[in-house]
Ligand binder design. Structure first.
Ligand code: ZN
Length: 201
């Protein structure tokens, strides 16, 4: 059996890096080596940035986004349309929609999707605060931007039922042909959803 090639400090760095999503042990080792070689240019600034993140980053008490201010930048931006709340499962989804400049509305991060098999129930999601926000007279539309998976759609139905009493329009993202997609490669479910949700040309 091969022994350790580096001291415990470096092994610890590699082990921690290997826990990051998308990094296996091999790429973690490569990343660690890269950081060590770029000690001044990369490792020190990274350590500082991580420490600042530890001190400053918190969860927005309004929408559940993570930011260095609370309420977050999106919630406090006066140019945002406060009549629209876009419901997402995770902060990563919020960031994806922001990258695409897909909406000018505000957000609500549920924290997960309902998944009875994994033991994720309504009490694990921020549904109560969403319902409360939806009853604000200034809010007119709730857009459910949830995954097109069984769990995502179960969550969408559950949330929609709870929003019955709020005076809001509940909409969801269209399902269909992806931009740049070829029909021949699409699965039957996507194709039939695209056909049902066709729009006027
Ligand atoms: Zn916020």
């Amino acid at each position: 059996m091969a022994g350790a090639v580096a001291g415990p400090e470096i092994e610890r760095l590699v082990q921690l890096l290997a826990r990051l999503p998308g990094l296996g042990p091999r790429s973690a080792r490569r990343a660690a080596l890269h950081l060590i070689k770029k000690r001044d240019a990369l490792m020190a600034p990274l350590a500082t940035a991580l420490q600042v993140a530890i001190d400053k980053i918190e969860v927005c008490s309004t929408c559940g986004n993570i930011d260095s201010q609370n309420p977050c930048t999106v919630c406090t931006d006066p140019r945002r349309d406060s009549s629209i709340i876009v419901v997402v499962a995770d902060v990563a989804d919020l960031w994806a929609l922001e990258r695409a400049s897909a909406t000018n509305g505000r957000y609500h991060v549920l924290g997960a999707t309902l998944s009875p098999l994994d033991g994720v129930g309504p009490e694990d999601l921020t549904i109560d605060t969403l319902v409360k926000r939806a009853h604000d007279p200034g809010v007119t539309e709730i857009i459910l931007a949830l995954n097109a998976t069984v769990d995502g759609q179960t969550t969408a139905h559950y949330v929609t039922d709870l929003l019955q009493d709020a005076n809001v329009k509940v909409t969801r993202l269209a399902h269909g042909v992806p931009v740049g997609g070829e029909l021949d490669y699409l699965d039957e479910g996507t194709l039939s959803a695209a056909m049902r949700q066709r729009t006027l040309f």
